[in-house]
Write a protein that binds this ligand. Structure first.
Ligand SMILES: [Zn+2]
Ligand SMILES: [Zn+2]
Length: 595
C-alpha cells in the first residue's frame, strides 16, 4: 500500500498521510477522501482523511473513525469530530469561518462528484458552534486548481488534485533585478520556478506558465531568514501567536524564522519544539524553527532537556532574554553544542551590571532622567562567551550586537579562527540614543539604542563583513504595555515588517552595503550559520523568493502590520524597499499588500 502525504491548503505537509486505495483505480490515480474545507479570512484548510474502508459506499458520509453515517446524523457532532480528527485549531480565528463538508461520489472512474454542504459556524476561544446548515454552491477558487463544473458537482481529477497539492505552479519572474549571493549574480534577468523549485529556463515548461510576475524595476532576492524572533506562543498570545507571527514574517519577506524560547512556559524540553513546528505547519508555509532554552525555565540553574529537543528537531539553543550567568553551566551547554553540532545563540548581558537601567548610559539618559545601561553590560559577557567558545570549539552566534567593543572583539576572535558569527538588528543599525525623542517606550529595547559611535561601528561591521547577519529580534508587545513610560514598559519592538525597508533605506541607499550584501546578510549567511536550506536562488533549490519595490517611497504605518505588535519607533518614517511579493516553496504566499 502506497502512502500519500497530506497537505494543507497552503500546500504544506501536515505530517499526516493517506493510503492509496486500489478500489476502482487506474495506475496513477489515488483515492482522495476530502472531508471538508475550513475557510478563514487568511487561508483555507483542505481536510482530508485516509481511506481505510475499501467497501466505502458511494455517496456515503465519510467521517472520522470509519463507518458510514447518514445525513441525519447530528451535524454538530460530525463537525466537532472532524476538528478533533484533524487537530486543526480554529480557536481565535477572526470572526466566523465557513466549514464546508463534502461527500465524494466516485461513480465514474475518472470523475469524482462531490456534494458540497456548507455550514456557517461561529468560532470563539473554546467552542465551535454550528449556526446554520445549508447546501450551497461551492467555489474552489481558494483551493487553486480544482475546477468547479456546476452547482454541487465538482470535478476532481487526479492531475488537478495533484497539481493543487504539490504546488507545481510554473512561475516566471520577469525582468527583475536578480540578486543571488551564492553565485554573485547582481543584474537584470528572469527567474523560473517550477514544481516548487528554481529551474533552468531550458527545463521550464513555457507553454504551461501559470503566472508571470512582471518584476521590472523590482529587486528579486532569496527569501529572508531571521535567526532571532519572539513569537510569544505559547503563553503570551495577546502579544503574538505562531500564526500571526508567521503572517507578519511572510509579509516582511521572511521565508524561514527561528523562534526564541522565552515563551510561557519556557521552551526547554520534550514537546516544545514539536508544538511550534506543528502549529506553524498547520497555519503557514513559512519555515519555522524553535530554538531551545539553555536552562530549565530559563532560571539559570539546571540544564534544559537538550536530547529531547534535539530529537524533535532543535538545531539552535539560546537563553535569549537574558544571559546564563553561571559560566560553568554555560560551558557545559557549549560542550553539548560542540558535540551535537548545535548553534549557541548568545544574548550578552551581565544582569549584575544592569542596575535597573532602561536605556543607553549617556547624555541622553541624563537628559531624560532615566537610568542607563553601560556598554560593559554587553561587553563583559561577549568576552566570556567568546572565550568559552574558543575553549569548547562550539559554534557561537552573538545576538543583537550593539557596542563598538563587541564588534572589535568579534573581529579579533574571527582572525584567531574562533567559530563565531554575529547579528545586528535593523533598529541598532538605524537609530542611536540621540534619536530618542522623549519618554516614548517604543524606543525601549534590550540591548538599548547605543551612542552614535556604536552605531557607526555596527554599520562598519556590516559593511566589512565582521557582522554576518541582520536579525530582527522581533519582539511584539501589546499597545497597553508600551503606552507606559520607559521605566515601566517591557523591552523590545516588533520587527518583521520593517526589516527589509530599513536595510534598504539605511544601508543600501547610502552605499554602506550593496544589494548583494543585503541578500548575504538577510538570506545567504543566516542559512549557512544555522545550517538550513535557503538563502540562494540557485537552480534546483526550493523557490523561497522575495520581491521588493525599491523605488517607490512609502511611509511606515504600524496599523498595517499583520503582527499583533504595533510597537515600533519607525511609525511615520519615509522609506523605500517595500516587500511586494513572497514565494515559499514555489507558492506565492504574499502578493502586493494594499495598505
Ligand atoms: Zn536578547
Ligand atoms: Zn530576543
Amino acid at each position: 500500500m502506497e502512502h500519500w502525504d497530506i497537505y494543507d491548503a497552503n500546500k504544506r505537509k501536515t505530517g499526516r498521510t493517506m493510503e492509496r486505495n486500489d478500489w476502482n483505480m487506474q495506475p496513477g490515480d489515488f483515492h482522495l477522501t476530502v472531508l471538508g474545507v475550513i475557510e478563514r479570512s487568511d487561508r483555507t484548510f483542505l481536510i482530508t482523511k485516509r481511506a481505510e474502508d475499501k467497501s466505502w459506499a458511494p455517496g456515503a458520509w465519510e467521517i472520522p473513525g470509519g463507518g458510514v453515517r447518514a445525513g441525519e446524523e447530528s451535524r454538530e457532532a460530525v463537525i466537532r469530530e472532524l476538528f478533533e480528527e484533524t487537530g486543526i485549531d480554529v480557536t481565535g480565528a477572526p470572526g466566523r469561518c465557513l466549514f464546508t463538508y463534502r461527500r465524494i461520489n466516485p461513480e465514474e472512474k475518472d470523475n469524482y462528484f462531490v456534494d458540497v454542504y456548507r455550514f456557517r459556524i461561529d468560532v470563539d476561544e473554546s467552542d465551535v458552534r454550528l449556526l446554520d446548515g445549508e447546501t450551497t454552491d461551492f467555489k474552489f477558487a481558494d483551493i487553486n486548481e480544482i475546477k468547479e463544473l456546476s452547482q454541487n458537482e465538482t470535478f476532481l481529477h487526479y492531475d488537478s488534485i495533484k497539481h493543487a497539492f504539490e504546488g507545481d505552479e510554473n512561475i516566471l519572474i520577469k525582468g527583475g533585478h536578480i540578486v543571488n549571493p551564492s553565485d554573485g549574480t547582481d543584474k537584470r534577468g528572469d527567474l523560473w520556478i517550477s514544481d516548487g523549485k528554481i529551474v533552468h529556463p531550458f527545463s521550464f515548461k513555457h507553454e504551461e506558465t501559470d503566472r508571470i510576475i512582471e518584476a521590472k524595476g523590482y529587486v528579486v532576492m532569496p527569501g529572508f531568514i531571521d535567526l532571532h524572533c519572539h513569537l510569544r506562543d505559547p503563553g503570551q498570545t495577546e502579544k503574538e501567536t505562531i500564526e500571526t507571527g508567521c503572517m507578519a514574517a511572510a509579509k516582511g519577506g521572511f521565508t524561514s524564522i527561528f523562534a526564541m524560547p522565552n515563551t510561557k512556559p519556557v521552551s526547554d524540553g520534550a514537546g516544545c519544539v514539536s508544538y511550534t513546528l506543528d502549529k506553524a505547519a498547520a497555519s503557514s508555509r513559512v519555515h519555522v524553527y524553535q530554538t531551545g532554552a539553555v536552562t530549565k525555565g530559563q532560571e539559570g540553574k539546571e540544564a534544559a532537556d537538550y536530547d529531547a529537543m534535539v530529537t524533535e528537531g532543535m538545531i539552535t539553543m539560546s537563553e535569549d532574554g537574558k544571559s546564563l550567568m553561571d559560566s560553568g553551566l554555560m560551558r557545559y551547554a557549549l560542550e553539548y553544542c560542540a558535540k551535537n553540532d548545535i548553534l549557541m545563540c548568545s544574548h550578552c548581558e551581565d544582569i549584575n551590571l544592569v542596575e535597573g537601567g532602561v536605556m543607553n548610559a549617556d547624555e541622553n539618559s541624563q537628559r531624560l532622567g532615566l537610568k542607563g545601561i553601560t556598554n560593559a553590560v554587553e561587553d563583559v559577557i561577549t568576552y566570556r562567551d567568546i572565550e568559552l567558545a574558543k575553549e569548547t570549539g562550539a559554534k557561537l552566534h552573538l545576538c543583537h550586537v550593539s557596542t563598538k567593543g563587541a564588534v572589535e572583539m568579534i573581529r579579533r576572535a574571527k582572525s584567531e579562527g574562533v567559530r563565531l558569527t554575529a547579528e545586528v538588528t535593523p533598529h541598532h543599525f538605524s537609530l542611536c540614543s540621540d534619536d530618542i525623542p522623549g519618554d516614548d517606550a517604543n524606543f525601549k529595547m534590550n540591548p538599548p539604542l547605543r551612542s552614535k559611535e556604536d552605531l557607526e561601528a555596527l554599520r562598519e561591521g556590516l559593511r566589512s563583513g565582521i557582522i554576518d547577519a541582520i536579525a530582527t529580534d522581533h519582539a511584539p508587545h501589546t499597545a497597553k504595555e508600551k503606552q507606559g513610560s520607559f521605566n515601566d514598559a517591557p523591552f523590545g519592538i516588533t520587527g518583521f515588517e520593517t526589516a527589509a525597508c530599513l536595510a534598504w533605506t539605511k544601508l543600501v541607499e547610502p552605499g554602506i552595503i550593496s544589494a548583494l550584501d543585503m541578500a548575504r546578510l538577510m538570506s545567504f549567511n543566516p542559512a549557512r550559520i544555522a545550517g538550513i536550506p535557503g538563502g540562494t536562488l540557485d537552480v534546483g533549490q526550493d523557490a523561497d523568493v522575495v520581491i521588493m519595490d525599491v523605488n517607490t517611497p512609502f511611509v511606515i504605518d504600524p496599523e498595517t502590520f499583520l503582527s499583533k505588535g504595533k510597537n515600533t519607533p519607525f511609525g511615520g518614517m519615509k522609506v523605500r524597499g517595500k516587500v511586494i511579493s513572497v514565494i515559499i516553496g514555489g507558492e506565492v504566499v504574499c502578493d502586493e499588500y494594499e495598505d
